[in-house]
Design a binder for this molecule. Sequence first.
Ligand SMILES: Nc1ncnc2c1ncn2[C@@H]1O[C@H](COP(=O)(O)OP(=O)(O)OP(=O)(O)O)[C@@H](O)[C@H]1O
Ligand SMILES: [Mg+2]
Length: 172
Amino acid sequence: MAGPCGSSPAATTTLREEVSGSPAATEAFGERFGKRLRVGDLVLLTGELGAGKTTFVRGLARGTGSSAPVASPTFQLVRVYPGRVQLAHIDLYRIETPGELVDLGLDELLDQGAVVVEWGDRLDAHNAALVNLEHLEGDRRMIRVKRDLSPPRSPGRWPEAPDGGTGVSSAD
Ligand SMILES: Nc1ncnc2c1ncn2[C@@H]1O[C@H](COP(=O)(O)OP(=O)(O)OP(=O)(O)O)[C@@H](O)[C@H]1O
Ligand SMILES: [Mg+2]
């Protein structure tokens, strides 16, 4: 497997997984993830009905510094939570035509902040972070980060790498 200088990991590679035993634990996982969100980040959530996607977003929003109440944007399609980083919350469950995806104004939302999408597998977006929630038994859920957030992408914001590397730090 390539190191941090290699291409993005395939979406089939699970980078991190954790069993959540309660809605609060799923929110806490989401909150940790949300603290890392920046403007332009796109997070796709997958998982069956009731897997905990909206619960995860509740934590995600908290991590962005929002105290707004999080609910599935069933009728509006998009809900926006202001915070340290604005978070737009999209739910594609009811989307029926590709035209509706265009209407989302995704590019504009990504210019303004981060975006999280429930039923994110209905969106054809490469380079998005990918998180899957799987309903185990009872209140247990497996949370899998299949693709992590990209490093910061605006060219001027890359740190100078003194050793001629990419400037991406590696934990190991
Ligand atoms: N460990 C857990 N993590 C998340 N939710 C849990 C957990 N245990 C129980 N639950 C319950 O499961 C339900 C998850 O609902 P939630 O709306 O978050 O799912 P969802 O994936 O968004 O569903 P939908 O596909 O309808 O949008 C909630 O009622 C929540 O309280
Ligand atoms: Mg939901």
